[in-house]
Design a protein around this ligand. Sequence first.
Ligand SMILES: Nc1ncnc2c1ncn2[C@@H]1O[C@H](COP(=O)(O)OP(=O)(O)O)[C@@H](O)[C@H]1O
Ligand SMILES: [Mg+2]
Length: 422
Amino acid sequence: MSTLSKPGGMPGNRDPFAAYICDETALDVLRPVVIELGWQPEKCNKGGLRNAVQSLSVSASPNILMVDLSESGDPLNDINALAEVCEPGTVVIAIGQVNDVRLYRDLLASGIHDYLLKPLSASVLRDSLNAAQAVFSAPRGSESDTVKRHISTAIIGTRGGVGASTLATSLAWHYSADKAMPTALLDLDVHFGTGALTLDLEPGRGLTDAIDNPSRIDGLFIERAMIRANDNLAILSAEAPINSPLMTDGAAFLQLQEEFRHAFEMTIVDLPRNMLINFPHVLNDVNVATVVCEMTLASARDTIRVLSWLKANAGHVTPLVVANKVQAGAAEISKADFEASIERKIDVTLPFDQKGATAAAKLGKTFIDASSSSKVSSGIKQVASRIIGLGDEDSDEAAEAAGKKSLFDLKGLMVKKDKADA
Ligand SMILES: Nc1ncnc2c1ncn2[C@@H]1O[C@H](COP(=O)(O)OP(=O)(O)O)[C@@H](O)[C@H]1O
Ligand SMILES: [Mg+2]
């Protein structure tokens, strides 16, 4: 084994690089690249993950660590063991023989910086090590400023008229006005959207322009094209001409959501169900799918279909089922039968409230704003906090997957303390 720096965990004691590689062939490709980068070739050790764990348990971790998983029977578990002995900030590159996207994703999720497939080539190694160096020397902000929370929910009506847009506009109003969260409402009912109408606003050309020219979408575009409903609420809605079909591949919808992620804390997408069929990737960035239904036979069937579509096509999205317009004694299907047929509970039930709906329409306000103390409004607030709860869970996972709170950082903090104590 080569000379490793003394324990202590001070950054100054750390080697810039070390590798633990199982076979000579790979070592022969690696050593010249390491020399090229100005590191010591002796730091390329023969041995795999297990040797790395052994030596790092008694010495300081290098800045960049390359480990070979080829002889590891359970790579994820072994990586876990490695994280136990690595100091925070170590950038780990794994190499292996298994070409499996799932393993790759799991490794990245556990905080591995990169995974390289054998046989190794000098150019792949060089690129990966350069990228690792860039990551290591990049300034690490404190967690609070690196992870800006953003939650995105799509409101999907299982049928027209169930109240999806009523819920979408009310949620947007609630987050922006009551919770003071910078909020975007994206109304993807491009021809017949009611997002602006509900608030007595003109939709303008923003959304149609975005669809026509997705490449123009940037922060400035968002600022100009969105209409303001209150200090914290910006809306993008349209009344696209109905004499010609919509010409889009859906790129604009993704691009808009990407920009919203930077500019707002909350994105609400009013998403007509047929958009799922034409543009399935529209949910790529969405955390929570709020599925709105009513107690009818047709809605039960379509709730089943939408939920199973979500499971098959958007596994990352957490569904939340909201029943609207619920009236005792006037349902085609009882709540119990409905829940049995969709094979899950309804999360929140909103009663039928004709007076509230009429008041909102007359005042040109959202339902929740027009009758804030009604039962429907308190149900909508419940939906709002469920979305935040589910979205937060989801964005924690996303942050971990992005390596921001990787195993290596969390476990490493404990290692650093242990080594300092020893
Ligand atoms: N809980 C409710 N009670 C009574 N009417 C409601 C309720 N929720 C929505 N509505 C009304 O139902 C109609 C359809 O609602 P909308 O939100 O446009 O449905 P969707 O977007 O699902 O097609 C609107 O006139 C709205 O005011
Ligand atoms: Mg609608």
